[in-house]
Each structure stands twice: as structure tokens, then as C-alpha cells.
Design a binder for this molecule. Structure first.
Ligand code: 4NP
Length: 152
């Protein structure tokens, strides 16, 4: 059965696109049946590709996130996805407020150790690289957890 995962950040151009790329690759390598998407809480960048600095940081590690396009989260996402991950506590607060009654999705902070993925938008390439370090560590833990729960 497909597990549907949505990665959410504020703008959907920096952190959540990188998180999507990491989960897609690790999930594929683990042979898991996953559908991964990402979305933003804000609408500023809807329709745009990820931030070029994030694309560069990710491509240096072999990810190609260039086909992704920014979208804003919609109420239906809370019914469609099994897991919705926020990148920081502010994302989590907004997700909890947006979640409709009877939502299917479990809301969780992306990093399982309670670490927030810092917003690199006002930073430089090093900040994207640091965010990606944390995203890769969190992504490996998430995929490990899902692989352990795999039936059969
Ligand atoms: P993200 O970073 O939430 O990691 O995509 C941001 C991108 C854009 C803005 C804020 C955060 N913005 O205000 O436009």
C-alpha cells in the first residue's frame, strides 16, 4: 500500500523541496512504496521552481529537484496524505491550525530528534548545505522507521 508523505515549509522553495528530493531517493533505494510531495504555507512563490541555491546544494549531492514547482497547501492535503512533516515549530503550529476535523494525516516535525530545519532563505549556499545535512539525517531516520514498519 502506498504511503503518502507531504513535506511542508513556509515558502516551498528552499527546505521542503530538498526534503522531497531526499525522501524520494532514500525511499526508492529502500524499495518502499511512497508518494512524496511538498507544499508551502505561503503563496508567494506558487508555480516557481525551487530556489537556485537549494538546487545547487542538492545537485552537488546528486539530487535533481529542478522539475519541482511550488504550490500552497490546501485542505484536501490533510485528507489525502498519511504523514505531513513541518520543517520547524512555526510550520507545525500553522499546520495544526489549518488541519480540518477528521483529517487523515499525522502531523510531525521532520527531524525526529526535535531539531528544527533552519530557514536558509536569507542566507547563503552554506546555509542551504547545512539545512541539507539535517534533512538527509532526518530523511534517513524517517525511511528507516517506515522500512521497519513494512508489512511482510
Ligand atoms: P522555505 O524558505 O520555507 O524553506 O521555502 C522560505 C522561502 C521564501 C520565503 C520564506 C521562507 N519568503 O518569505 O518568500
Amino acid at each position: 500500500m502506498t504511503t503518502r508523505i507531504l513535506c511542508v515549509c513556509l515558502g516551498n522553495i528552499c527546505r521542503s523541496p530538498m526534503a522531497q528530493g531526499v525522501l524520494e531517493r532514500l525511499g526508492r533505494e529502500a524499495g518502499l512504496d511512497l508518494e512524496i510531495d511538498s507544499a508551502g504555507l505561503g503563496s508567494w512563490h506558487v508555480g516557481n521552481p525551487p530556489d537556485p541555491r537549494g538546487l545547487t546544494a542538492a545537485s552537488m549531492r546528486g539530487y535533481d529537484n529542478s522539475a519541482q514547482r511550488c504550490r500552497q497547501i490546501v485542505e484536501e492535503d490533510f485528507r489525502r496524505f498519511d504523514l505531513i512533516f513541518g520543517m520547524d515549530q512555526s510550520n507545525m503550529e500553522r499546520l495544526r491550525r489549518l488541519a480540518p476535523g477528521g483529517a487523515r494525516a499525522t502531523l510531525r516535525l521532520f527531524h525526529p530528534d526535535g531539531i528544527e530545519i533552519p530557514d536558509p532563505y536569507y542566507g547563503n549556499l552554506e546555509d542551504y548545505d547545512h539545512a541539507l545535512d539535517l534533512i538527509e539525517a532526518a530523511g534517513a531516520a524517517i525511511i528507516g522507521e517506515l522500512a521497519a514498519r513494512r508489512p511482510g
